[in-house]
Design a protein around this ligand. Structure first.
Ligand SMILES: Nc1ncnc2c1ncn2[C@@H]1O[C@H](COP(=O)(O)OP(=O)(O)OP(=O)(O)O)[C@@H](O)[C@H]1O
Ligand SMILES: [Mg+2]
Length: 238
């Protein structure tokens, strides 16, 4: 198995220092419609293409609309059916009271595959878990338990989170090894989708906004980067 868990999007993998580090938790965050699911699907497809065991947990899609949506992308060709899609609805009554055992059991039943055999897991989206638990402390506990599980079984995970239009992000960002932020930036020409790696442990990453488009091919990273016009701070030496 390759050292890094790549997205299969060359420029993005390069920016990440080769891909996501194995046995870590990672987060893709951004507003609704920005491209989180498509990006996560690229990552799932790349794993499957490499013969890895990939589980995609979706709380919002179902079998039919997922096929009608994600299966159509060329990067899914030949690998869609190799991915273990799991369409779930999170109901508080199955997770409360929240204990480690309950989370383990729930995940085992949902995956239907032994933890040791799993290489990549996508959780799209953890916002539904957050809403179901309706308590930041409980939510943090839940994702910490899931992160522990990931380390125990040497799984690399990608969490997808919907960023609120206003207000604070949840605590997922504090627990994960890397945060990939997808955003819509205003430019002179209008709006531009752009990606920014907010953090990645052990790797020096560029801090710039990297423009991307979504096309029939999926996520396409564009050349160059976006900088703000005008600065709030100026660097002076000495
Ligand atoms: N074939 C395509 N060609 C061009 N753009 C597309 C295509 N398919 C989807 N898109 C764009 O991708 C966007 C949705 O991307 P995606 O489903 O990854 O969003 P998301 O961030 O997961 O949103 P949500 O939070 O609602 O789940 C759409 O708004 C659309 O603009
Ligand atoms: Mg989505």
């Amino acid at each position: 198995m390759a050292d890094k868990a790549k997205f299969g999007i060359e420029k993005l993998d390069e920016l990440l220092g080769g891909g996501l580090d194995r046995c870590t938790e990672n987060l893709v965050i951004g507003r609704s419609g920005i491209g989180k699911t498509i990006l996560a699907a690229h990552w799932a497809a790349e794993g499957a293409r490499n013969g890895e065991t990939v589980i995609y947990l979706s709380t919002t899609m179902n079998k039919k609309n997922c096929e009608a949506y994600l299966k159509k992308f060329p990067f899914m060709e030949e690998v869609y059916d190799k991915i273990h899609w799991r369409f779930i609805r999170i109901d508080p009554k199955y997770i409360l009271p929240l204990t480690r055992e309950k989370v383990y059991e729930g995940l085992r039943a949902t995956f239907g595959i032994e933890g040791e055999e799993i290489d990549r897991v996508i959780f799209d989206s953890c916002t539904d878990l957050e809403l179901a638990l309706a308590d930041p402390v409980l939510y943090r506990r839940a994702i910490t338990i899931m992160a522990d599980l990931s380390y125990d079984y040497e799984v690399t995970s990608l969490w997808v989170e919907e960023a609120p239009m206003q207000g604070e992000w949840s605590s997922t960002k504090n627990i994960v090894d890397s945060v990939i932020f997808l955003n819509l930036l205003r430019t002179e020409e209008g709006y531009q989708r752009a990606i920014r790696i907010l953090k990645k442990y052990r790797t020096k990453v560029p801090l710039e906004w990297i423009p991307y488009d979504i096309t029939g091919e999926g996520i396409v990273i564009l050349d160059g980067y976006l900088v703000k016009r005008g600065y709030e701070y100026e660097y002076k030496r000495g």
